[in-house]
Design a protein around this ligand. Structure first.
Ligand code: URP
Ligand code: ZN
Ligand code: ZN
Length: 460
């Protein structure tokens, strides 16, 4: 099978030029002007932007959480991702406290194996670091190609580890060439505020927001940076939302430290006023919560300053019926919101179209940096000879409206209902196959491959 994409404008993290792309099998074989190879299929990309497939390094599919499971499984979630131009996701395995990493890996493989439409990998969340877990870190990196280890500084009793465990894990991960990613919020402070609000009868979604003030994230981000600096372990803060937390990272740069930062599309474009809609605010109950317009400005600036390297989603959808678990108590609302399908279009529309970021920066934060940081570059994350032919043809002028009526995520509302978006994903290729064409998915579950990742480099 060969495909020739003609006349597209190729955008990478560094380049912007008109050229044709010749694909044979799963990879890109040639890029150049007026290529005249014979191909089984020719795609006319005149007027289209040609991006590398998007990589969303923060999703939760079919995940047991807060007494239920996130509502997109590996099939619906990775298919919805493809519709939105994301060809690869990195999902999270959660170790059960008292059990091994291996047992968690097997449990997650049981749900994901042969079920993915798009490509995927896992981060391993270490929720119980002890001598047994310590001995498993090397195997995860060297045998399984799982080179990033997630830690939670919140969700005490289920997922949180203390600083003693964090430092021990960092030393082990550094030794074997991995990276630590972190949910950096101060779990004890949050638990105190949750209990206080509940004791005062303050039970609406707004109090989810008021239980996680900016300081809880700023403090934990600074503490995480200090521990990463002390151990020398590469560190990556997931879903960073606010000025205080980004300033903690900025401070770390003053002692020549590099801490990678991910934000998510919702923190760039939504704000905490949504929690004032009474229980409807549950749609946006996530941790950390949405913040203030001044934080959005900080995050856009952080992207342009190179302090924020990745825009992900933290896609963790729950249907409305699941959100109702917390109708009388905000602390029981399953945390998370759906966005896996919307990230690339929203970031283009709100970022590039509105002039906040350049086209190259768009590709850098949505495609290239996730591949570089998580050990997949240049196989993934760019358009180059030898790379996987994961390619998005994007119409930069097409306007459309986001809605739960038309999205492909397995959730009965949209966090972006009625949003007018400029720019649309038209065609998506995954490893040399047309995966999405004019709104239709052309590949089946099982096509998506588990991608073993390489050891991590401290620099990108
Ligand atoms: O609210 C969120 N973010 N849900 C998913 C779990 C996590 O903390 O990332
Ligand atoms: Zn988190
Ligand atoms: Zn998450």
């Amino acid at each position: 099978m060969s495909i020739l994409i003609k006349n597209g404008r190729i955008i990478t993290a560094t380049d912007n030029y008109l050229a044709d792309i010749f694909i044979e099998g799963e990879t890109i074989q040639a890029i150049g002007q007026h290529l005249n190879m014979q191909a089984s299929q020719v795609i006319d990309a005149d007027g289209m932007l040609v991006f590398p497939g998007g990589i969303d390094p923060h999703v939760h599919l079919d995940m047991p959480f807060m007494g239920t499971f996130s509502s997109d499984n590996y099939e619906t979630g990775t298919r919805a991702a493809l519709h939105g131009g994301t060809t690869m996701v990195i999902d999270f395995i959660l170790q059960k406290q008292g059990n091994s990493l291996r047992a968690a890996l097997e449990e997650w493989q049981g749900r994901s194996n042969n079920n993915c439409v798009g490509d995927y990998s896992f981060h391993m969340a270490v929720t119980d670091f002890n001598d047994n877990t310590k001995a498993e870190v090397r195997d995860m990196i060297e045998q399984e190609g799982i080179t990033s280890f997630k830690t939670f500084m919140a969700y005490k009793g289920a997922l949180m580890i203390d600083d003693r465990q964090m430092v021990g894990l960092m030393q082990e991960v550094k030794k074997h060439g991995g990276l630590i990613n972190v949910h950096a919020t101060n779990g004890d402070m949050i638990d105190f505020l949750v209990a206080k609000h509940k004791s005062e009868g303050k039970l609406a979604p707004l109090y989810h927001y008021l239980s996680q003030p900016e300081v809880t994230e700023a403090e934990a981000s600074g503490r995480f940076a200090d521990m990463a600096n002390y151990t020398g372990c590469p560190g990556y803060i997931v879903h960073l939302t606010c000025e205080g937390a980004l300033n903690a990272v900025r401070m770390a740069t003053r002692r020549n430290q590099k801490v990678f930062v991910e934000t998510c599309i919702q923190y760039l474009i939504l704000d905490a006023s949504l929690y004032e809609k009474n229980f409807e605010g549950a749609k946006w109950v996530m941790s950390p919560p949405l913040r203030q317009p001044k934080d959005q400005e900080t995050l856009w600036a952080g992207i342009n300053q190179g302090l924020v390297q990745v825009v992900a989603t933290d896609h963790c959808p729950f249907k409305w019926e699941q959100k109702l678990m917390g109708k009388d108590d905000f602390s029981k609302i399953p945390n998370g919101h759906p966005a896996i399908e919307n990230r690339m279009e929203l970031l283009y529309s709100e970022g590039v179209h509105k002039g906040r970021i350049s086209l190259n920066k768009y590709v850098e934060v949505a495609c290239t940096n996730p591949a570089k940081i998580f050990g997949m570059f240049p196989r993934k994350g760019t358009i180059a000879v030898g790379s996987d032919a994961d390619i998005v043809l994007f119409d930069p002028n097409k306007k459309h409206t986001l809605s739960a009526k038309t999205h492909h995520m397995n959730v009965d509302y949209s966090g972006y209902e009625g949003w007018e978006v400029t720019g649309k994903v038209e065609t998506v290729l995954l490893r040399g196959k047309v995966a999405i064409d004019k709104g239709e998915c052309k590949i089946e579950k099982g096509y998506g491959k588990f991608i073993k990742r390489n050891k991590v480099k401290q620099t990108i």
